[in-house]
Design a protein around this ligand. Structure first.
Ligand SMILES: [Zn+2]
Length: 279
């Protein structure tokens, strides 16, 4: 198990992952600011998180979306420490019943336990700070970001992740995700607190680079599509071969999904439904 803590500007970044032969599998970060914990890592690190939260006086918990690498410690924090858990209203039914997830995700992160959460308000006040809640769908239908308008900090969950992300889940909505990125970029965040990239300074510039990269990629993919290339030809010749993640996830994360999402972009064609309801 990986559980490491770093801090900057008074915020703690908690990096968590299950490990295999000492190597972390796909780590994810939660953040703690003045007793507010945003996201809770994966189920397999819940015990360590509870211990840390007890020592550091965590007072309330917010979840950015329902994915298991963000909600994994929420049930333990609620039941062992009695902490209130707030989450996007759209996530509450799934959190209450505990999502069933594909085998590979259970192996990587563990199965999340059910948790009764309360809907986030439009503005969350904590320790004299105000965090505006922005609905930012695309990566997941219920995804939200928290924005501290005074300090211009954006707790961005899985909105950013990587400037040049090439792998997409089958059911992610490319158009919605780009639109969410543009809205958050327009806020001019100075610091991103990202669940995968960590503290990202000059957040607006980083978001701008991601938007430009994806927008240009979308244009190129659609141009090749109009020339009659198949999605697999576009993937092989524009994005290159799939990576380990694609095989481990049985194709749930892939470059081909990104190509297909780009080709659907602007057509109004629906994103495929998912067996486990994850969007
Ligand atoms: Zn996610």
């Amino acid at each position: 198990m990986l559980f490491s803590v770093s801090s900057r500007y008074g915020a703690h970044r908690l990096r968590m992952a299950r490990t295999v032969f000492g190597r972390p599998l796909h780590d994810v970060s939660a953040y703690e600011i003045e007793g507010l914990l945003v996201d809770t890592g994966c189920p397999s690190t819940a015990g360590a998180l509870v211990g840390w939260a007890r020592e550091h006086g965590v007072a309330q918990v917010v979840l950015t979306h329902h994915h298991e690498d963000h909600v994994g410690g929420a049930s333990a924090l609620r039941h062992q420490l009695g902490l209130p858990v707030l989450a996007p209203a759209l996530a509450l039914p799934r959190l209450a019943r505990g999502a069933s997830i594909p085998l590979y995700r259970r192996l990587v992160w563990g199965r999340p336990r059910a948790v009764a959460a309360t809907a986030l308000p439009e503005v969350l006040e904590h320790c004299g700070r105000r965090y505006r809640i922005h609905h930012t769908p695309g990566h997941a239908f219920d995804h939200v970001c928290l924005f501290d308008e005074e300090r211009k900090w954006l707790l961005s969950g899985d909105l950013f992740v990587h400037e040049r992300a090439l792998f997409l889940r089958r059911i992610e909505d490319f158009d919605l995700h780009l639109e969410s990125l543009r809205r958050m970029h327009a806020l001019g965040p100075e610091l991103l607190l990202c669940a995968h990239a960590g503290f990202v300074e000059d957040g607006a510039a980083a978001l701008g680079r991601k938007i430009a990269f994806w927008a240009a990629l979308g244009e190129e993919v659609r141009a090749r599509g109009r020339e009659g290339w198949s999605p697999r030809e576009i993937r092989d010749r524009v994005l290159g071969r799939e990576g380990l993640l694609t095989y481990v996830s049985f194709g749930d994360f892939s470059k081909l999904n990104l190509v297909r999402a780009c080709l659907r972009s602007g057509t109004g064609e629906a994103v495929p439904a998912s067996g486990d309801g994850v969007s």
